[in-house]
Design a binder for this molecule. Sequence first.
Ligand SMILES: [Zn+2]
Length: 440
Amino acid sequence: MSSVKSVVSTPPAAFFSLAALLLLSITPARARDLLLRNAQLVDPAQRTITATDILIHDGRVAAPGTKAAADVETLDLKGKWVIPGLIDLHVHDAGNPQPDDGYEEMALGDTARRMLYCGVTAYLNLGTSESEEFFSRRDRQRARPLAPSDEADLYGAGEPFGRWSLGSPAMAPGKVAAYVKKWRPDVIKIIYDHAHGRSSLDRPTFVAAVNAARAAGVKTVVHISTWQDARDAIEAGAAAVTHFCDDDLIPDDLPAQWAKSGVRSIPTMAVQSDLAAIVAQPAMLERPLLRAVASAATLDAYRHRRSFANKALGTVQWQREDRANDFAAVRRLAAAGVTLLAGSDVGNLGTFQGYSLHREIKILQEAGLPAWDALAGATTKAADFLGRPHGIRAGEIAELVILDANPTDDVANTEKISGVVHHGQLVDRSKPPVAATTGK
Ligand SMILES: [Zn+2]
């Protein structure tokens, strides 16, 4: 599929100005108003469910009392629930790995379309795409926030920083500032990982990198794998820590220290448990939403346990062993008041682009996070982290997912999607995105 990638590589700027002119001349001045009647609006930030009509006028949630245009499109949402657009805060966007060492490769647009089909209206890419392609696509999206789009909104870190790029504390300010100036990343990702005696950034260099990112006005997401790594990241004042230490139970004093710091956690539960979960319960592969966004070849590879390669067999093993530690960490951090945000780490074994965010929310709930907090971590709190509107308040561009069942009863109900509103417009979900691409 590398030929597909070259087809979507960046055309010259002149092409875009011409394309933009053509679009301007054929796009009506304003999108049609949309009236969602009798909705149950679920607001995880307020922990409220409100029976209401939602009017979307010029792509934005209208203030109460606003009159709809005469040609308003009306949907009756009786018996349905509406949540803010979902956000996955830990994505590697190149495709879906398969347990027999195969790979379902996806171009950037393929991934973004699968995400949106699953109600994921935005995601944070923490590495894979080529930076030029990724950030130019992001910038084109951001320049037209009300344009009809079948792709999730992109946020990204680009290249992570680590021992290979930062040799000393003195290097950090210049390197980080130059990187921020070049790409304007949404976050800086730093690999700070000392598990099993791995050679990683030393602490002074790591602290210098966090400070340099702060000075440049960019949040840091720190990949860790020991609890000491997490403690160092908290003390350095990172914005978020991603992953847990799987090997050890979280130290007794860490949750309180973590909560006091205000640093967020993006634990990535799906990547730490879902391959073992699929092996234990193969029926998971038949979920309708998953089948709509993963290729038949990918799902087949998961069904045939006997063709699993050694990497997959090893992953099943460590996921079984580490599950208790991971679940205990969720429970203890939640009890202490740490903000837990949803990120699937999709792009790794056991995960699927778009779909696995739903698993992430569900696993967080299974581990002991209350449903409201699991939902907030994938919607309003995730949006706050990105500096993005929630998409449901008056004046904001509407970003909504319409569900057939109440997600505060069981967060797995986020899979029961009957509609998605993105950039203030209803997304055409008549054709599942998997039909548009071929897996390999
Ligand atoms: Zn990752």
